[in-house]
Design a binder for this molecule. Structure first.
Ligand SMILES: NC(=O)c1ccc[n+]([C@@H]2O[C@H](COP(=O)([O-])OP(=O)(O)OC[C@H]3O[C@@H](n4cnc5c(N)ncnc54)[C@H](OP(=O)(O)O)[C@@H]3O)[C@@H](O)[C@H]2O)c1
Length: 252
């Protein structure tokens, strides 16, 4: 077994964007494990509350784009758990039915789309880290992972298009890399990573799956299991980097 693989028990785990897509699959995957005490599952709304039948799970409704919501999230978590050992942000935006769509050409770009994409894809993860920082302190193994996307890699951009999504994910990468440096000064065991899940069969990718090669469209559950394995294999020396679902490093 890899010497970096973590063995100690997790006290608190938080998944943001937990009600659907990859976030929900991460919760389902974690619930198969017995190595944590509390799981905070955060979503804008919880219509289906069946997950709360598991005493380890606390469902929290929070719109993480709002400053007051992030502050009260941190307060709610701290009332049950004094430290988080694993935080995974999956909140992300590409398109909405009948509304904003990824741009095929520069003509389609506008300020409102840029602002919305940057708020959700770049603002939420870094300001979530800010709100939760008091729960991430101490000299101990602690992971903050946030879902990015390979299309946010500047070096890997050979196709163009999707201006707002690409740029907002690139901005997230820079913000989280910067956080990784500051956090390391507070906790030398901290690990902050960006993760690319691969093309995953969720609402986010649904309109864009036509040209995905055979075998390259993953189920959310497969991806969740892979991302948790990639996280478990990371050590503090990996903090501030960007990894794909298969553990390969992705260029900025
Ligand atoms: N699926 C893919 O192929 C793929 C590929 C590369 C990267 N990713 C990234 O992986 C992450 C998860 O994607 P997914 O495929 O699971 O997508 P999804 O099923 O569309 O889930 C997106 C999540 O983001 C939340 N969200 C979206 N807009 C929001 C807003 N304005 N405020 C607060 N929360 C908001 C959603 O919450 P609500 O339920 O409240 O709307 C949902 O939990 C995203 O960051 C995405 O960019 C996905």
């Amino acid at each position: 077994m890899d010497s970096n693989v973590r063995h100690e028990r997790l006290r608190g785990v938080l998944i943001a964007g937990a009600s659907r897509g990859i976030g929900r699959a991460l919760v389902d995957s974690l619930l198969q494990r017995d190595d944590f005490d509390c799981l905070f599952a955060v979503a804008r709304s919880w219509d289906d509350r069946t997950l709360s039948a598991d005493p380890r799970v606390q469902l929290i409704e929070s719109d993480l784009t709002a400053d007051s919501a992030r502050d009260s999230l941190a307060q709610t978590v701290s009332e049950r758990c004094d430290q988080l050992d694993l935080v995974i942000n999956t909140v992300g935006f590409l398109h909405e039915p009948g509304g904003q769509q990824p741009e095929k050409s520069l003509r389609q770009l506008n300020m409102a789309a840029l602002q919305h994409s940057f708020a959700v894809n770049a603002g939420v993860p870094i300001l979530l880290a800010q709100a939760l920082l008091p729960l991430l302190r101490g000299h101990r193994h602690c992971v903050f992972a946030s879902l990015s996307a390979r299309v946010g890699s500047i070096g890997d951009n050979h196709l163009g298009g999707w201006y707002a999504y690409r740029a907002s994910k690139a901005a997230q990468n820079m913000l989280m890399r910067t956080f990784a440096i500051e956090w390391r000064r507070l906790n030398r065991e901290s690990i902050c990573v960006l993760l690319h899940p691969g093309t995953t069969d969720t609402g986010l990718s649904a309109p864009f799956q036509t040209n995905v090669p055979e075998g390259k469209l993953f189920t959310a559950r497969f991806v969740a299991d892979r991302l948790l394995a990639v996280i478990d294999e990371r050590s503090p020396a990996d903090s501030g980097n960007f990894y794909a679902w298969d553990g390969q490093a992705i260029p900025w």
